[in-house]
Design a binder for this molecule. Sequence first.
Ligand code: MTE
Length: 318
Amino acid sequence: MLIKRTRGWEIGENKATPEGIYLKRRELVAAMGLGALALGLPSVAAADTKDPSASLYPAKRNDRYGAPKPIAEERRVTTYNNFYEFGFDKSIWRDAQKLEVRPWTIKVSGMVEKPFEIAIDDLLARVPLEERVYRHRCVETWSMIVPWTGFPMRSLVEICKPTGGAKYVAMKTLSKPSVMHEERDLAYPWPYTEGLAIDEATNELAFIATGLYGKPMPKPNGAPIRLVTPWKYGFKSIKSIVSLEFTDKRPVSFWEALQASEYGFWANVNPQVPHPRWSQATEKPLGSDERIPTQLYNGYGEFVASLYTDRKAEKLYM
Ligand code: MTE
């Protein structure tokens, strides 16, 4: 992206963990009612067991959107991140532990019946959680397959009660420069902002994730609540959300504000449309040494392609 960093494919990786290892451990945790600590997992995972929502995990798997394999190794996914508020390289996971995720309130405003605020645990009490294994494709060409836990974004939109005129929903990440130290750099349009059209937000694939690998969301991955839109490049999947604003004007996202010619609003995955500075034809799964072909809409066309049939004039793939 715009900033100087080590790219995913420049880092030596081992092979991804076979799914069986993850599933086996997941079943063990559920059956024994034990946290990660008891299983001797790394400190990142152990810290998450203190989360007040820990008893909600793991949630039942929903395979309607496929069961892609291999699932990436947990330790890799929680220690190789893009979370620019904490730094412009991939190893921000230690710094991100400083993020306090309780109390955490989400503010709902704009074109809604009545603006309100809701605490994360009150929200979690209103929506049944499920697990979905999604492919994730970063615009930088690395990818991963991960088991998110959460609920359909459609359920959140229903709770927000947008009025008929609302066409988009804009989301913002926490602004806390004392902890998220890069937010002190005023050259960037903080806080991180993203947006979806309402029909995208209510598409069944759009997911609000509050957990990962059968546990509450690790801080480097966007605790306590983030978006996951697997048919779009990863930068759309905004982390640590504190506000939703319903509007009839298309929101300008963080990356779009910085460089609209490279990072657009729609940002749907398409291997045929290169980024101005690199090809998007292939991707490198985290933990793999080999590149694989990238798929249109990251392989989710059957669920989302119809969203774009009447939007052909738009720059849908950047
Ligand atoms: N959200 C915020 N607030 N800040 C960020 O820097 N990075 C985005 C997205 N959401 C980002 C963000 C990008 S570029 C990607 S690829 C994914 O988060 C990475 O998610 P992961 O670290 O869980 O793999």
